[in-house]
Design a protein. Structure first.
Length: 137
């Protein structure tokens, strides 16, 4: 169970079924952005949707969702499409080592995909993607 946010900071939500990937992402994001963002982590799409619902209820502003593609239960492009359908203002980023071009194109068309990054990710590219999402429409 997550604690209610007591801040109006924007949120970065990372979704990946590999805990080590989530820990690495969180560490790198915190090292680069410090306290500019709230960092939320989810090991699957269901947990991520619960977090998004909670954030919506808390009236949290800009949210970036960074999702893996190959996860149990639902592929990342399908997850990001459902996120976009429910929360069209959320910025979506696919982080993958295995997504095919068809899945990426589907996410671009149906989830307004901001960017697709490939594993292993480059920290500089990840940070630039987050920065550019701040002005993304």
């Amino acid at each position: 169970m997550r604690k209610k946010l007591l801040s109006n900071k924007p949120v970065i939500l990372c979704v990946d079924d590999e805990v080590i990937v989530l820990e690495s992402l969180k560490r790198e994001l915190k090292e680069n952005f410090g306290n500019r963002f709230i960092y939320e982590m989810a090991e699957n799409a269901d947990d991520a949707m619960e977090i998004l619902e909670d954030l919506q209820e808390e009236n949290v502003g800009m949210i970036v969702v960074i999702s893996d593609w190959l996860m149990p239960g639902i592929k990342g492009d399908e997850f990001l499409i459902s996120v976009h359908d429910k929360y069209p203002n959320i910025i979506t980023v696919l982080l993958t080592g295995q997504a095919d071009d068809e899945a990426i194109n589907r996410a671009k068309q149906l989830a307004n995909l901001h960017c697709c990054l490939h594993k292993p990710w480059d920290g500089k590219e990840l940070f630039e993607t987050i920065e550019s999402s701040l002005n993304y429409e």
